[in-house]
Design a binder for this molecule. Structure first.
Ligand SMILES: O=c1ccn([C@H]2C[C@H](O)[C@@H](COP(=O)(O)OP(=O)(O)OP(=O)(O)O)O2)c(=O)[nH]1
Ligand SMILES: [Mg+2]
Length: 162
């Protein structure tokens, strides 16, 4: 079995360049960063001016202090961190959040506390991770009928559970 260490060479896919502005309330916080060489997501932080406590079952729109210039043909997905979810029941309500390439506003994270304990987010905490992904836009064409398929209109468990 090949047990060579993880290939630390360059990604075979060229890295899209994302322009980032740090807004005044996040100017001292680190830029998004990949925690390891092979990380798919780059962690982003809470740019709160004071700590925020999420009561059980509640949500909050948390600022990141960042705005992006994403190249055409890409999106940024905002995804939860599994550690926060597994240890604290804290996740992102609209996951994966979609950051459009033409959005120039501040990226904000809709955190929700699904646990039965309060959860406090401090300034600078890593609250989410961003994944860049290519997207294509469809050409939507209305038809009078659709091509026949094996599945037809079956869905929502129609193929069984086993
Ligand atoms: O978790 C998120 C999701 C979205 N956005 C920003 C970037 C995105 O480009 C914009 C719109 O997001 P979306 O299309 O999901 O929201 P909408 O409710 O459809 O709003 P809009 O009518 O502005 O598109 O809001 C965030 O900052 N965080
Ligand atoms: Mg929208």
């Amino acid at each position: 079995m090949d047990r060579r260490p993880f290939d630390t060479g360059r990604s075979p896919v060229s890295a899209p360049a994302i322009g980032i502005c740090r807004l005044p309330h996040g100017a001292d916080l680190p830029l998004p960063a990949y925690a390891t060489q092979g990380a798919a997501g780059a962690d982003i932080r809470a740019a709160l001016t004071e700590a925020l406590t999420l009561a059980p079952g509640t949500r909050a729109l948390v600022p990141t202090g960042l705005s992006f210039e994403i190249p055409a043909g890409y999106e940024v997905q905002v995804r939860p961190r599994s550690g926060l979810a597994a240890k604290h029941g804290v996740t992102i309500l609209n996951t994966p959040g979609t950051i459009d390439s033409d959005y120039r506003g501040e990226v904000k994270i809709i955190l929700v506390n699904l646990s039965e304990e309060p959860f406090t987010v401090a300034r600078g905490d890593r609250i989410a991770q961003i994944v860049i992904a290519p997207v294509v836009q469809a050409e939507f064409g209305e038809r009078q009928s659709l091509a026949v398929s094996d599945r037809g209109e079956g869905g929502f468990g129609s193929t069984g559970t086993g």
